[in-house]
Design a binder for this molecule. Sequence first.
Ligand SMILES: NC(=O)C1=CN([C@@H]2O[C@H](COP(=O)(O)OP(=O)(O)OC[C@H]3O[C@@H](n4cnc5c(N)ncnc54)[C@H](O)[C@@H]3O)[C@@H](O)[C@H]2O)C=CC1
Ligand SMILES: O=C(O)CCC(=O)C(=O)O
Length: 428
Amino acid sequence: MSSKHAIPSYLTPPDIGAWGVYLEQIDRVTPYLGSLARWVETMKRPKRILIVDVPIERDDGTVAHFEGYRVQHNTSRGPGKGGVRFHQDVSLSEVMALSAWMTIKNAAVNVPYGGAKGGIRVDPKTLSRAELERMTRRYTSEINIIIGPNKDIPAPDVNTNEQIMAWMMDTYSMNQGSTASGVVTGKPISLGGSLGRHEATGRGVFVVGCEAAGKRGLEIKGARIAVQGFGNVGGVAARLFAAAGAKVVAVQDHAATVVRNSGLDIVALQAYVTQHGSVAGFPDAEQLDDAAQFWGLDCDILVPAALEQQINRDNAAQIKASIVLEGANGPTTPEADDILHDRGILLVPDVIANAGGVTVSYFEWVQDFSSFFWTEDEINSRLTRIMREAFAAVWALAEEKKVSLRTAAFIVGCTRVLQAREMRGLYP
Ligand SMILES: NC(=O)C1=CN([C@@H]2O[C@H](COP(=O)(O)OP(=O)(O)OC[C@H]3O[C@@H](n4cnc5c(N)ncnc54)[C@H](O)[C@@H]3O)[C@@H](O)[C@H]2O)C=CC1
Ligand SMILES: O=C(O)CCC(=O)C(=O)O
């Protein structure tokens, strides 16, 4: 949305895609929430939505406008918490859905936050570094009134990273008149970031992947893994699986799919992507001409770690993996969920599988408040314990109620949120 003549996305017909997925999942859960069901209606409504115009001066002197959002879905259990995404397909309905998933996720792993998410509808690859900085700072100033260490704490998501968080923290601090390191997490270590946060989401995916494999009697050593998305989440998860002796047989990113039956060299692939911007052209691998073939590849564990709605009715029947680990948020449509379930494929849902990131974000926030920083071993062992316990609790509930892991995770999350709401007296 860089042209000043383009129609803002919130004036176009609603894209219920991602948001609709969320609503359907909530609806499926309601029968299991018993007396809490009457409040689920309130879970469908975000608490606060801010849509902002983000104008910047381009390097050539022209002015470009971008549309930005921050949605606070729920704050019953604490301040809003969730990442910021820069992507050309970001829309209000997508950010609403992502914020709602954050509410469920934060409650499912029991970190003391509500749920929030933000984004800018922009392809950051079209911006220079200086333009990216101006856009990030302007966006932060525009949402300044609703964020803060005790209000709503942004973090990285797709196409945002430590540098973006540093600019956000600096802009917020300048507006406040004092340094407020706790306003964002996922910061550089030199600015109060936490050891282990960069790897935390991928590490959490790996930890719950090992737990799920154990339930299925699958050895990680020698297991065949396929990963879609080779950024922060997919890249780290792939590296940890490979280091544990698994064979990462396929990696797909926005530009290409690379395959190697005997296992890709993940360290070399990461170095290649750092240099070339994508996996396209990586030597020592076959490249698939048709990206859709990725879904039918022979593997044991499939890790979607890119965007929403990637596993859908067109490809769910082709999936050969026995375990799907949702590194991304919302990668599976409800229709595909049913297909995978009917085929006996074990799906570990996003709200558990990728919760390692926000868990270490919580550690970072705590460390910032106390100005006392933990060792990487302390962080990783606490993260591993929380992820294992969350997985075990959801697994036990799924067995008890005879429901999927997704439904069980939603029951755990919704119950905690709605109980907090009831105790506070905020129910309608
Ligand atoms: N960064 C974090 O801490 C967390 C991220 N997530 C979720 O994980 C997913 C990935 O996020 P990050 O790794 O942080 O983003 P990233 O920006 O670091 O990487 C995204 C990756 O997805 C690939 N990709 C983009 N479009 C694609 C397409 N159409 N097909 C295949 N690959 C495509 C990109 O090439 C890149 O490799 C998102 O759903 C995000 O919401 C979830 C929890 C925390
Ligand atoms: O670390 C955080 O605060 C949130 C990460 C995030 O956006 C997510 O879990 O989807």
